[in-house]
Design a protein around this ligand. Structure first.
Ligand SMILES: [Zn+2]
Length: 597
């Protein structure tokens, strides 16, 4: 054993010497190879050419409509029908594309394919899948991902999306959206999602209208992402795993962690097919096997590089703020026209990777229990010599063009005094300047929309101002569980603090039962008949769903469409416990500051 131990020690020492030498030998590292991406506002303006409105013929029988909505819609012409891949963000944009496609061929739609669940790919579907017998292909997880995005997280994701896509900005404030000219959604838009009826897990091969298709699950920008391989045309329809800008490894509208190693593997799957034509669902098609292979390789290398160098930095003990300074693309990749930061950015990707692996704690003990916003603001004001001195510092920073610092300082100022007009107008100026200078449309729109919210009182999320109206069929197809999920996250902890009540729901048309118990600030929902309900409500499931989706007036619906035992008034009081709130509570606004975000 003694011999073994000493061998073990010697071996380890040798190994560490070897690794040490190896590392020293390679220690040019990313530090020296760092290179900033070349994105600029001028470059962003040129990038608009990418979205010139057109229907482009890619190869025999494959056409892509670009510039109609945020995404592309692709038509594959077969013997006696066409396949539509991705359907845009609304019925209105999809209709415009369908009219253009029909100028090429009047053959009927034989199938619809969703590359993934994002609204800009699925919400115009009813225009193409206009008969119930039309197959709609998607990955097995697509439906559930849509259901989640339109239920519990809808308020926050919508609000942040509206800012990120600049939905409330005037036309002249927008250059383009990086992956399209604009998200074409407004309050008159109709949402026409059709639920997939042909789903698969890994791959699915089929022949539709004489066209051979293979769908390949390719998790990346979303976990349900797929690409379409057309073997007879040597063509890949790539979905959103590649487009002509740096990939959105994280989106500032808010997303769960996007597994970037799977994204790389999905790009490698595409490379292995050696396609001669590649049609992404945003930006123009790419032609030529060599060119496609080169672009796909650069794209996967960029993601791989960001992943590896972020993890390397994390293992050195770097915090997200430090990693952002440390990880930059090497020159070969930073120069690629496919990797300019017009949609995703390296900095956001690095932060997302840290969070995906290690969660919110950056490792710095300062941040185990950090000061509350108000305490920190008070200390900062003290440090500056009082609120007036802090204000003066913010004005000086604006004078010098240090607008990021103005945002930091006005965070403190507005936290201490939410109505401070000077601080507000200084902040509006900083947001506007940062917006105008930003070459990244997502950041640009977010800054400019927040400037309008703070400066002009723009309200982007309140009842009746929601963008896009869902078709009733879409609302009916959403599972009942999701409606209760969305309802209970509105439970008011103050109003319900002393409430103990159980309501039994009976949906006679579907035979579903739900038991909803409010127990002093907590709501428990069970998909079963209530044992001893205080109130029992019998209602048609479609009516209940329409009411919760705000397609029906709740008071009228409860008064006229519900069969209630236990008192209508009591039930109205129960429902009032779940009234949605659209802003921070007043007591927190004075504590944290209102809307200075
Ligand atoms: Zn998309």
């Amino acid at each position: 054993m003694g011999n073994w131990k000493s061998f073990h020690f010697v071996f380890l020492s040798m190994l560490s010497v070897l690794i040490g030498t190896f590392l020293t030998g390679c220690n040019k590292g990313p530090e020296k190879a760092q290179f900033k991406a070349l994105s600029s506002v001028e470059g962003l303006k040129k990038h608009s050419l990418e979205f010139k409105k057109r229907v482009e013929k890619v190869c025999d029988g494959v056409y892509v409509a670009i510039g109609y909505g945020l995404a592309n819609s692709i038509m594959i012409e077969g013997d006696d029908g066409v396949i539509i891949v991705d359907t845009l963000e609304s019925v209105e944009t999809a209709r415009a594309v369908r009219r253009e496609f029909e100028k090429i061929t009047k053959k009927p739609v034989a199938a619809v394919i969703y590359t993934h669940y994002h609204p800009d790919h699925v919400f115009g579907a009813s225009v193409f899948a206009d008969r119930p017998d039309i197959p709609v292909y998607a990955h097995a997880s697509t439906s559930a991902l849509i259901d989640r995005s339109v239920s519990v997280l809808r308020p926050v994701i919508t609000r942040r999306s509206m800012r990120m896509f600049g939905c409330f900005l005037p036309d002249d404030a927008i250059v383009n959206a990086g992956i399209g000219m604009r998200l074409a959604i407004d309050k008159n838009s109709t949402i026409g999602f059709v639920r997939p009826n042909h789903t698969f897990s890994d791959t699915l091969s089929d022949t539709v209208a004489g066209i051979r298709i293979t769908l390949v699950h390719a998790p990346g920008e979303t976990p349900d992402q797929l690409f379409v391989w057309l073997p007879d045309k040597k063509t890949i329809l790539a979905g959103d795993n590649i487009y002509k800008t740096f990939p959105n490894l994280y989106t500032i509208r808010g997303t769960a962690y996007r597994d970037v190693k799977k994204w790389v593997a999905s790009l490698d799957k595409m490379r292995a097919f050696h396609p001669e034509f590649l049609v992404p669902s945003h930006t123009g098609p790419i032609r030529g096997a060599d060119e496609i292979y080169r672009v796909l390789t650069d794209y996967r290398d960029a993601i791989e590089y960001i992943h590896e160098q972020t993890v390397r930095g994390m293992n050195m003990g770097m915090t997200p703020d430090e990693l952002v300074e440390y990880v930059k693309l090497p020159p070969r990749l930073a120069k690629s026209p496919y990797l300019q930061e017009y949609y995703g950015t390296v900095a956001w990707s690095v932060r997302s990777l840290f969070d995906g692996y290690l969660g919110w704690f950056d490792g710095n003990p300062t941040n185990i229990f950090p000061l509350s916003p108000i305490e920190k603001a008070r200390h900062m004001a003290d440090l500056a010599g009082g609120i007036d001195a802090l204000m003066k510092k913010a004005e000086d920073a604006a004078e010098k063009g240090d607008f990021q610092w103005v945002l930091n300082l006005t965070d403190y100022l507005l936290c201490l005094s939410p109505g401070n007009k000077e601080a507000k107008s200084l902040r509006v100026k900083a947001l506007t300047e940062l917006g105008k200078r930003s070459a990244n449309p997502n950041a640009r729109h977010y800054y400019l929309t927040c400037a309008a919210e703070l400066g002009q009182g723009l309200v982007i999320w309140e009842p009746g101002k929601e963008l896009g109206r869902p078709k009733p069929e879409m609302v009916h197809s959403l599972p009942m569980d999701r409606f209760f999920d969305a309802m209970v996250v509105n439970l008011d902890p103050v109003k319900s603090a002393d409430v103990n009540i159980t309501v039994g729901f009976i949906f006679p048309d579907t035979g579903e039962h739900y038991s909803v118990t409010v127990r002093q600030g907590v709501c428990e929902v069970r998909p079963e008949a209530a044992l001893k309900p205080d109130i029992t409500v019998k209602i048609k499931s479609s009516v209940w769903k329409e009411m919760l989706a705000k397609l029906r007036n709740p008071i009228v619906t409860i008064a006229t469409k519900c069969d209630i035992r236990g008192g209508k008034l009591s039930f109205l009081k129960f429902m009032a416990l779940f009234d949605p709130v659209y802003d921070k509570p007043a007591e927190l606004q004075s504590l944290l500051g209102k809307s200075n975000l």
